[in-house]
Write a protein that binds this ligand. Structure first.
Ligand code: SAM
Length: 335
């Protein structure tokens, strides 16, 4: 008789099937809401889990019921040897999907080998379509390189390609309609993410927060009605829509105004090997220490199960509770 597939449940009956793996805390951009503090707070090269250790943790997690892994960071494409690692990851039996979140700076040169290694689904973070503004937000004049990376990925056949834009009042909110307009002529999936005022970079920037209801209203006022699209099983928390006749889609991710904690299926592994069950709650388990102590796979499985059992019912950074329980840096946690 074939073995029954495993499933991981937390104490609130949520099924955990999605692991986000941060490969590095380093980044080649310094976004104004997510500045890695060049060294301080970031794991050193020795502290970062080795690829072998990450593969081992993923194998155990897949054995327990994880089906989807997303590579993130920092900027995951900065880590030497990442393509070989992706090739090994994509071969793990039972792992249904390997996805990548990148700022796109290195994509033009790496997209072909990433495709060959097994990645098909890309999230590319892009907060402005204007070269000068991109430089102001990220600290680097690299818009054209990112755009070349998006075009190279389209030519190679990555699908879907999601463009993730953090919507910020007074920063890029005059471009919301332009982002949505892109989906009329190209098969890109633009997704607007509510700005989360967390970590040292985000603290004190609460006035930049823009709820998705406002973003949606502005897009519909300019471009017409957004029609809901049904999402697939392994899709993320975005609520997805299309404009009439569009080739792509428009999605909204609202961690604050309409949080999706009740259906959260995520577990996170930081580059330094800490397991975290909620993006916006500073509660982590030190898996790296157990790995260094020579633990076996059963012990890894026990740590994963315990972290999931301790997953909070929801985060406290809901609208109106700005301080919440998250002081961690996104560049360390992986977003
Ligand atoms: N370097 C990669 C990238 O740029 O996509 C991966 C890491 S980055 C931390 C992952 C995502 O988190 C990006 O889409 C980024 O915009 C988002 N992010 C970081 N800080 C955020 C914040 N304070 N609020 C909302 N999104 C944030």
């Amino acid at each position: 008789m074939p073995a029954m597939p495993s499933t991981l449940h937390d104490t609130f009956a949520r099924t955990i099937s999605y692991l986000r793996v941060s490969l590095t805390g380093q980044c080649n951009l310094r976004c104004l809401y997510c500045r890695p503090l060049g060294g301080a707070g970031l794991p050193s090269q020795e502290e970062v889990l080795s690829y072998e250790q990450v593969l081992r943790v993923v194998r155990v997690a897949v054995g327990l019921g994880v089906e989807k892994v997303r590579l993130t960071g920092g900027e995951p494409l900065l880590r030497p040897g990442v393509v070989g690692f992706v090739r090994e990851l994509a071969r793990i039996p039972g792992l249904v999907e390997v996805r990548l979140t990148t700022n796109g700076v290195l994509l033009a040169e790496m997209a072909a080998e990433l495709y060959q290694a097994g990645i098909r689904k890309l999230n590319i973070s892009l907060d402005s379509l204007q070269r000068q503004r991109f430089a102001e937000i990220t600290g680097h004049d690299l818009f054209e390189r990112v755009w070349a990376g998006i075009e190279a990925s389209r030519r190679l056949g990555f699908s879907p390609i999601k463009l993730n834009a953090v919507a910020m009042a007074g920063v890029n909110d005059d471009e919301l309609v332009e982002f949505a307009r892109l989906t009329l002529s190209t098969p890109l999936n633009v997704r607007f993410i509510e700005f989360m005022p967390v970590g040292q970079a985000g603290a004190g920037q609460g006035s930049r927060y823009l709820p998705v209801s406002v973003i949606r209203e502005r897009i519909e006022a300019a471009l017409g009605e957004l029609t809901p699209v049904k999402s697939a099983k392994l899709d993320g928390p975005a609520r997805v829509f299309t404009l009439a006749g569009a080739k792509g889609s428009v999605g909204f991710i609202s961690p604050l105004s309409e949080h999706f904690c009740a259906t959260c299926n995520r577990l996170r592994l930081t580059a330094a090997g800490r397991l975290r069950s909620c993006l916006l709650t500073d509660q982590e388990t030190d898996l790296a220490a157990a790995l260094r102590a020579g633990c076996d796979d059963q012990a890894i499985a026990a740590i994963i199960r315990q972290t999931i059992r301790d997953k909070p019912q929801g985060h406290t950074l809901a609208a109106g509770q700005r301080l919440g329980s998250c002081h961690g840096e996104m560049s360390r946690i992986g977003g």
